[in-house]
Each structure stands twice: as structure tokens, then as C-alpha cells.
Design a protein around this ligand. Structure first.
Ligand code: BG6
Length: 499
């Protein structure tokens, strides 16, 4: 490792983020821009160090240049404040080592000592295959503990690829770190609009009385993406939508929508309530999993006027791949609040538009006073929580259309983040990184939560594995999804909301 070229005055409260895999995309695109945004508004502790750890033969300067460019390319607020950015990068150092080599970890520890760093956040920004090795080596070099400060570790999803591997990763993490030191990152939880679900539900009195099986007909959670697999097919082809977003982002949105009010807004109480929701979801495995899910893969089509290839023709996708790029599921939360209310979840790549939203569809009025179609269509009252883009909340109502007939038309009441608060909301990583530094795990997933989510997901994965997939349903890229998914919900007498 090159010498650390700094003034080695010890300081008592230094904080460092150690980025394992700093040469990868995540560090450049997300972590560094998020650190920069926090530095810009004076939220980072002082002094603050970035220690990059990776195999490539980079110098400190090279790493600083790459991270600098990351902020220029992906920073949220422009123009870039070079003074702040340089200040941050002046304290950035590179440790060159493979993840297996304990000598590298010793060098890292030496740097931490030399810089007088008391508090360290380890960030696993590597392919998941390295997680165990890195954790083992942190343990072997006794870097997980520190007499006068804290040590924490951030683990990016995926946490395993099924229940068994998730449990074994967890056991590995717990063999070195305590649960309080582990921050499992699901970046959806850091999105402003996702956090706003808490504010909306528990900061307002008027919706709570309606938030149950008596007044809600069903709930749809949609995460549609217009992008395909891009350059990530190596990972995606082995994961599919179910591991990529269902097990984590979609189930997280469900828990936040369905959970009871926590005793307090802190990590323990919030996560206790979320775990209860996951435990209440009906067991779907075997035949039940097949009846309550639907999957498909995209074939070529047109998005925004551009022709895009079939999934099987994307680089690094197996020619006969049966990996799903779309899935829909019907789940029930079997508790007093939600018994009998279906939660329809769906997500797909290569849909016409990128939209993530939760739509709460309220029940019809008990009596049709204004003729057959007494209200505006089949779903007069729908509350849409728009996670992205055009972040906001919309409530649809039926209103009398002007004229001498009693004709009801749908109208909307709308709250837009941009209009109300101006500008773009902060990026999820900005909030989440700060929370790790502050030691607040409320927006991170706990070990039992991840386990319950995998238990549920595993049932579906196993049922799917038993299916003969000669005729995997397909959908044309740029369309609203496979026809089978429409039948799936139509059989319940309902339909997907068009985004
Ligand atoms: C990631 C998935 O977790 O979330 C990607 O691996 C997906 O496949 C991404 O595209 C979506 O995140 P966002 O923040 O763009 O909605």
C-alpha cells in the first residue's frame, strides 16, 4: 500500500467510511454523491475520512479522481461546490488489496490508527459473493470492535439468494458483528416518499379510521421499470424479479402500508411492527404459490419510439433463459385489520414507463343512488401514493359533472412534492448513509425481517422450480405487461390500475 501522505496528528473523534469495492459502480454513482450532498449541507461529522479498499492498482489520487468524477456525473445538486468536494476528497485514501488477503486488512487497520479514527463504518459495496470473506477477515483482524468508538457494517442487498443462503450469511455476520452493528440496506426505505408513508399514516388522523378491511377493497403495489437488464444480466439472469425486487422492495412497501402504528418511531418499534406483517402473510407455497402468482419474460418491442431487444437477446442472458422479468402476486395479510383484503404486487422490466406507486382502492358506496354506474367508474375512491417519479399523493373522488343530469365524473385532489417543497427530494443514499453514521437503524432491515421475507419468497421460488416452463408467458416490451397478469386479477373481479 502506498504511504499515507497526511499529517498524522491523532484526533479523538474521527469517523471513516471504509468502502470495500470502491472501484465499482456503486461507490461512484451513489455513495460518493450521497456523501458529498451531506458534506455540502454540513451534516457529516468532522473530521471525516473515506478509505477505499479494492484490488485494482490505484493510487490515492486515482481514487480521488474517480470519486470526484462520480459527483460531477451523478451529483444531485448542481453546480458542484468544488471546495466542499475537494475538502472531502483530501481525506480520502486508497488501500490496495484483494479481499482474501489479511495483510490488506492489517494495512487498513494501520491507516485507521494513524489517522486517529475512532469510529468506522464498513460498507460492503462488492458483489455479494465477497461478503463472507470480507466479514471473516474483518473478524480475523479484530477490526469489528473498538474500545472508544463504534464499528458498524452496511450490507447491500441481495442478502442471500434464498432462505438457506440468507440464513448462512446472517450467521456469518453475527459471528463477527452484533445485530446492532449491522445495517442491511434496502434503498427503497430511504426514498423520501417511502418515508412519507409513515408520515401520511401516523401523522394524520383522518385516514386511520378508513385504513382497514371495512373500507379498503384492495391494494395494488406497482414497481414498473422501462429499463431492461442493462449490463447486469450476469446477476439478473440468476435472480429474476422475485429475488431482485419482490423479496425486498415490494415486500417492504407492503409492510409499510399494512403495519400497525409503532409504539415509538424508533428502530425496534418500527421493525417489530413490520415483522408482524410479514408473519401474518398467508403461507404461499406449492399449489397456492402457483395460483397466487404470475410470471413472464419480455420479448422485443418499442419503448419511447426505440426498438428494444428481447430479454433472451440481451448481452449475457442465456439463450434459453426462463428467468422472469415480470411478476405479479396476490397476498393476504391475515390479521384483524386486513383479513380478506388482497394485496396485489407487480413489477416488471421494459414496461412503458418507470412508475412506482401504491394504490389504495376503497370500497364502493353501499347503495347506487345515481343510476347503474353510480360513481365515476368501478373505482371511485382511490388513494395513490406515488413513490416515483412525480412524487406525491393523489386522491380520486367522484364529483357531479356540470349539466342538468346527475352524472358523476372522477376528479382528483393532488399533493405534489415538487410543488409543495420545491426541487427534487434528496436521494435515498443521502439519508441512509447519514443514518448509519448516526446509528439509527429504523430505515434498515433487521435479521428477522429479512428471514421472514425470504421464507415467503422461498415458497414461491420452490413452487416455480417445480413448474414445467416450456411455455413461459411473454409480454412485448413497452406494453402494460402480459395478458395473463390481467386475467390473474380479472378473475377476482378487479383490474390493474393503468399507470
Ligand atoms: C435495485 C434492483 O435494487 O432497484 C434493480 O436491483 C432496480 O433491478 C432498482 O432497477 C430500482 O431502483 P430505483 O431506485 O431506480 O427504483
Amino acid at each position: 500500500m502506498p504511504e499515507i501522505d497526511v499529517n498524522l496528528e491523532p484526533c479523538s473523534e474521527g469517523v471513516a467510511v471504509v468502502i470495500f469495492g470502491v472501484t465499482g459502480d456503486l461507490a461512484r454513482r451513489k455513495l460518493m454523491p450521497a456523501l458529498y450532498e451531506n458534506a455540502k449541507i454540513g451534516r457529516l461529522p468532522e473530521p471525516f475520512y473515506i478509505l477505499g479498499f479494492a484490488r485494482r492498482p490505484w493510487s490515492h489520487e486515482k481514487m480521488r479522481d474517480v470519486l470526484h468524477q462520480g459527483v460531477v456525473d451523478y451529483g444531485r445538486t448542481k453546480p458542484i461546490d468544488e471546495k466542499v468536494l475537494d475538502g472531502l476528497l483530501d481525506n480520502a485514501y486508497y488501500v490496495e488489496s484483494t479481499f482474501q488477503d489479511q495483510e490488506g486488512y492489517k494495512k487498513l487497520q494501520e491507516s485507521i490508527n494513524q489517522l486517529g479514527i475512532q469510529n468506522t463504518l464498513f460498507y460492503l459495496s462488492t458483489p455479494p459473493g465477497w461478503y463472507s470473506t470480507i466479514v471473516e477477515n474483518i473478524g480475523a483482524t479484530e477490526m469489528e470492535a473498538c474500545a472508544n468508538g463504534w464499528r458498524r457494517i452496511v450490507v447491500e442487498k441481495p442478502f442471500g439468494r434464498d432462505l438457506e443462503t440468507a440464513l448462512s450469511l446472517d450467521a456469518k455476520l453475527h459471528s463477527v458483528f452484533s445485530e446492532e452493528q449491522i445495517y442491511r440496506m434496502d434503498h427503497y426505505l430511504g426514498k423520501e416518499t417511502v418515508q412519507n408513508i409513515h408520515a401520511f399514516r401516523f401523522g394524520n388522523g383522518i385516514f386511520e379510521p378508513l385504513w382497514n378491511r371495512k373500507y379498503i377493497d384492495h391494494i395494488q403495489i406497482t414497481m414498473a421499470e422501462s429499463d431492461g437488464v442493462g449490463t447486469r444480466a450476469g446477476y439478473y439472469d440468476k435472480a429474476g424479479v422475485i429475488r431482485d425486487v419482490f423479496q425486498n422492495h415490494l415486500l417492504q412497501l407492503l409492510t409499510l402500508t399494512a403495519m400497525e402504528a409503532p409504539a415509538a418511531f424508533n428502530a425496534k418499534s418500527v421493525r417489530d411492527e413490520k415483522v408482524k406483517v410479514l408473519k401474518s402473510i398467508n403461507d404461499i407455497s406449492g399449489e397456492k404459490a402457483l395460483e397466487n402468482t404470475f410470471r413472464a419474460q419480455y420479448v422485443s418491442g418499442t419503448i419511447d419510439g426505440k426498438r428494444v431487444p428481447s430479454y433472451r437477446d440481451e448481452p449475457d442472458v442465456a439463450a434459453e433463459s426462463t428467468t422472469e422479468t415480470y411478476m405479479a402476486a396476490r397476498l393476504f395479510v391475515n390479521n384483524w385489520r386486513w383479513a380478506g383484503v388482497p394485496f396485489y404486487l407487480r413489477s416488471g422490466k421494459r414496461m412503458p414507463k418507470r412508475v412506482t406507486e401504491i394504490s389504495i382502492q376503497f370500497t364502493q358506496v353501499p347503495l347506487a343512488l345515481f343510476g347503474q354506474r353510480n360513481l365515476a367508474g368501478e373505482a371511485p375512491n382511490v388513494l395513490i401514493i406515488r413513490i416515483q417519479p412525480d412524487e406525491g399523493i393523489t386522491l380520486y373522488l367522484g364529483a357531479k359533472a356540470p349539466g342538468n343530469q346527475m352524472r358523476i365524473e372522477p376528479v382528483r385532489m393532488h399533493f405534489s412534492y415538487a410543488e409543495a417543497f420545491g426541487g427534487e427530494p434528496p436521494e435515498a443514499y443521502e439519508r441512509l448513509l447519514l443514518d448509519c453514521l448516526l446509528g439509527d437503524a429504523t430505515l434498515f432491515t433487521r435479521s428477522d425481517e429479512v428471514e421472514e421475507a425470504w421464507r415467503l419468497t422461498n415458497g414461491i421460488i420452490e413452487a416455480w422450480a417445480s413448474q414445467d416452463l416450456e411455455n413461459l408467458p411473454v409480454y412485448e416490451a413497452g406494453t402494460q405487461g402480459p395478458h395473463g397478469a390481467d386475467d390473474f386479477i380479472r378473475d377476482d373481479g378487479r383490474k390493474w390500475r393503468e399507470n
